[in-house]
Design a binder for this molecule. Structure first.
Ligand code: NAP
Ligand code: MG
Length: 506
């Protein structure tokens, strides 16, 4: 394995180029989007934004403070109360959301380049998954705007009564997103509330604010009414915390780590706000004796080795039956050695860098710790020099067990822990031995064994013979410390709609 070279931003841009729109956006002064206006922070302070391959600065964005949050929340609340969004005909709301999706489709390449540069994402995967997935979700939720309905009720109290329910938008939503899917999680957080008729204030992660600021320009171009979507940039522990605890917020939708989710959840409950928490994971993959090794390897490529393993639902613990253990390790090592790690704008790049030097250190620390705890390195390189301080080769840690820190904690990097087992019962028990329960998968051709695992695995999503497939129509969200509530699917809309019961004496 050769040493990964240091990448310079200018060389990467010269070699692969950018669309004129991406270049123009990155050269411009970045602004927040509040009440339909592009604005600086009240204090005039700003924060730098870095490109993860090189560590070089690519932009500066406003650093909001609590005054900016007040202005944004008041705009969202005023717009909500005026009914400018939820009293619009559902068909008009649907059309506007489709118009936004059309503009995203038109600018797909530009958005992907901005996202790739901001978040260190391999460009082709970013186009197909991050941007196209976001467009598809926006269209899916646009369709729901015209399909929100209540029910009629047959009641038994004496007299003649007509009773029915209305579904009404909850109000102003605070949305907070992480850095691993900045655009995708942003759209996950806003498509359903917009379809439901809510207004919102969204805060991207300070490491990756750019794609949502570009999206704000498309909101203005699409003709979204001012105040419906507000995007502020700033520090999470400061303005993020203030936003989720703001008394005018009726619903908090948070995606991020479990420790921050606990803080956010308490704050929402203090206000008696609705809350959705999409949190961390340490998802198991279980390969039974008859598993297709090809399918197991393919599944790791689309989860723990996609997006540099910075994937909440990554299958980062692989339990393999002892009869196929060595063959699986060999197949993994051979396939992973062919992955291209490096410059993210290169269309042949498979895997980019970690998001930051400090995150790189944290992932490397877990690798070293696992080796100290008895794991063996089946693939990858534990040497800082060889990986350089931003990139990490796909790493497979063999001979792990559930007592190891690296098997219990979320590493959030391209690191797979592999654990051999003898009996299916122990595999199921070990798979469930975690504080997390976001997702899981089982690999077998035996239908009854597959269903035993589907029923037994503690997880918000279970895949059979694959891992990490996501679709707008299928709800996603964790059990246990992986979260509360669902994103995606029509199930997500319920989190943005209040049910009002109506009685009429006739
Ligand atoms: P994080 O540190 O929890 O941050 C998430 C967001 O919360 C960021 O925008 C952050 O702002 C903000 N924040 C920080 N402190 C806050 C506070 N006290 N109040 C309100 N907001 C606050 O998570 P991350 O490191 O960005 O993302 C990685 C984590 O997200 C992993 O654990 C991953 O599993 C999880 N994740 C889960 C899902 C899912 O669907 N379950 C999806 C993707 C990611 P700043 O960063 O700007 O400070
Ligand atoms: Mg960045």
């Amino acid at each position: 394995m050769s040493k990964l070279a240091h990448i310079q931003l200018t060389s990467m841009l010269n070699e692969y180029g950018l669309t004129a729109k991406a270049r123009e956006f990155l050269d411009a002064n970045q602004k927040m989007y509040i009440d339909g206006q592009f604005v600086d922070s009240i204090s005039g302070t700003s924060m730098p934004v870095f490109e993860p391959c090189s560590g070089e600065q690519i932009a500066v964005v406003p650093a909001a403070n609590t005054q900016d949050v007040d202005i944004a929340v008041n705009a969202a609340q005023r717009t909500f109360k005026a009914g400018e969004w939820h009293d619009m005909s559902p068909a008009s709301r649907e059309r506007l959301l489709h118009r936004l999706a059309d503009l995203m489709q038109r600018d797909l390449q530009t958005i992907a380049e901005i996202e790739s540069l901001d978040a260190g994402k391999a460009i082709e995967g970013c186009k197909a998954v991050d941007v196209q997935g976001s467009i598809d979700l926006l269209r899916y939720m646009a369709g729901w705007a015209t399909k929100i309905e209540g029910t009629t009720k047959k009641v038994s109290v004496p007299g003649q009564h007509f009773s029915y329910t209305l579904r009404e938008p909850v109000g102003v939503v605070a949305a907070i997103v992480p850095w691993n899917w900045p655009l995708n999680m942003g759209i996950w957080k806003l498509a359903a509330p917009l379809a439901a008729g809510c207004t919102l204030v969204l805060k991207p992660a300070q490491l990756t604010p750019l794609s949502m600021l570009y999206f704000a320009k498309l909101c203005a171009e699409a003709g979204m009414p001012p105040g419906v979507i507000n995007i502020i940039t700033g520090d999470g522990s400061d303005v993020g915390a203030y936003l989720v605890g703001h008394p005018a917020i009726q619903k908090v939708s948070f995606t991020g780590s479990t420790p921050v989710g606990q803080i956010v959840g308490k704050s929402a409950i203090n206000n008696i706000s609705h809350v959705t928490l999409e949190l961390g994971g340490k998802s198991p993959m279980v390969a039974l004796a008859d598993a297709s090794i090809d399918k197991v390897v393919q599944a790791t490529l689309q989860s723990v080795f996609f997006n540099t393993g910075q994937v909440c639902s990554a299958g980062s613990r692989l339990y393999v039956h002892s009869s196929i253990y060595h063959a699986t390790l060999k197949a993994l090592s051979e396939r992973l050695a062919s992955l291209k790690v490096g410059a993210t704008l290169d269309p042949t790049c498979d895997m980019g860098p970690t998001i930051s030097v400090s995150h790189h250190r944290s992932v490397m620390r877990y690798i070293k710790l696992a080796l100290d705890e008895g794991a063996t390195l089946a693939c990858g390189h534990q040497n800082f020099e060889q990986n350089n301080d931003r990139f990490i080769y796909p790493t497979v840690l063999a001979d792990c067990h559930n007592g190891m820190t690296s098997v219990q904690e979320e590493i959030f990097g391209p690191v797979l822990c592999v654990i051999p087992f003898e009996h299916n019962d122990e595999a199921l028990q070990w798979a469930n031995d975690s504080i997390y329960a976001l997702a899981a998968s089982v690999f077998t051709e035996n239908l009854s064994l597959a269903l035993t695992f589907v029923n037994g695995l503690e997880a918000g999503t279970v895949w059979v013979n694959t891992h990490d497939l996501i679709d707008a129509n299928t709800p996603f969200g964790g059990f246990k410390q992986s979260g509360i509530g669902k994103d995606l699917g029509h199930e997500q809309l319920d989190h943005y709609l209040e049910t009002k019961s109506v009685w009429i004496e006739v």
